[in-house]
Ligand binder design. Structure first.
Ligand code: SAM
Length: 215
C-alpha cells in the first residue's frame, strides 16, 4: 500500500501507544503479556488501515488480536481508527509495526492460534515469488509460530496469488480445510468481516477467493 508521507506521523503514532506493541522483546515473550486478559492470540499480517482488525476484535471479545503492518504511515491510520472506535475498542486489540519476515523473532513458537492474510500484495512477476506472503519461506515461519493445529485464513481478489498459494500449501503438506472461489456467495459470507480492499474490490464486482489451511 503506497501512501504520501504522513505529517507528524511519529507524534500521531505515539498518541496511540496504549495499543501499540513498541519494540517487541527479543527473544520473544509470550504475546499474552501485551494484554490484560489471557485469550487465544489471532494475528493479522498486513492489516492496512485496520478495518478488519477493529471489526474482528469487536466481534470476538474472547480472542486477543494483534494486527501487524510494515508501513508505519499506514499503521498510523489503523491505530487511529482503533483509538477512535473507543466504545468498540475493548482490551483485545494491539498493533505491531513491522515486517512478517521477523515473525519468529517477535513471537515464541506455538503462541498463535489463527493467522489472517487479507489481500496480500500479489507480486505477480515470477522473480518476486519469494516476497508473496504465502511463499513456502513465509509458511515455514507461520508453522513455527502457530499452535499445533493452528489455522491460516486467506482472502484475496487475485486468482494468480490464490492458485500459487494452494500450490505452496500442497508442497508443504498442509491441509486445505475449506476453500471457495466466491467468498461472498459461500456459506461463510454471513460471518465475514470485510477489509478495505475487499469492500473496494467487491463493489467493482470482483469475486473474492478464500482458503482456510490447517497446520
Ligand atoms: C494490499 S494491502 C491490503 C491491506 C488490508 N489487509 C486490506 O485487505 O484492506 C497489503 C498490506 O500488507 C502490508 N504488507 C505487505 N507485506 C508485508 C509484510 N511482509 N509484513 C507486514 N505487512 C506487510 C502492506 O504494507 C499493505 O499495507
Amino acid at each position: 500500500m503506497r501512501m504520501r508521507r504522513k505529517k507528524h506521523g511519529a507524534e500521531r503514532i505515539a498518541a496511540c501507544s496504549e495499543i501499540l506493541i513498541e519494540n517487541p522483546q527479543i527473544p520473544a515473550i509470550d504475546p499474552q503479556n501485551y494484554f490484560s486478559e489471557k485469550r487465544p492470540i489471532h494475528l493479522e499480517i498486513g492489516c492496512g488501515k485496520g478495518d478488519f482488525a477493529v471489526g474482528m476484535a469487536a466481534k470476538n471479545p474472547d480472542k486477543n488480536f494483534i494486527a501487524m503492518e510494515r508501513v508505519s504511515d499506514v499503521a498510523c491510520l489503523a491505530l487511529e481508527k482503533a483509538m477512535a472506535a473507543k466504545e468498540l475498542r475493548p482490551d483485545n486489540l494491539r498493533f505491531l509495526i513491522g515486517d512478517a519476515k521477523n515473525l519468529t523473532e517477535w513471537f515464541p513458537a506455538h503462541s498463535i492460534e489463527c493467522l489472517y492474510l487479507n489481500f496480500s500484495d500479489p507480486w505477480p512477476k515470477k522473480g518476486y515469488a519469494k516476497r508473496r506472503l504465502t511463499h513456502r519461506g513465509f509458511l515455514e515461519l507461520y508453522r513455527t509460530v502457530l499452535c499445533e493445529h493452528g489455522i491460516l485464513k486467506l482472502k484475496t481478489d487475485n486468482e494468480g496469488l490464490f492458485d500459487f498459494s494452494l500450490e505452496e500449501f500442497e508442497a508443504l503438506g498442509l491441509t486445505v480445510e475449506w476453500q471457495t472461489r466466491d467468498l461472498h456467495r459461500s456459506e461463510k459470507a454471513c460471518d465475514n468481516v470485510m477489509t478495505e480492499y475487499e469492500r473496494n474490490f467487491s463493489e467493482r464486482g470482483q469475486v473474492i477467493y478464500s482458503a482456510w489451511v490447517r497446520f
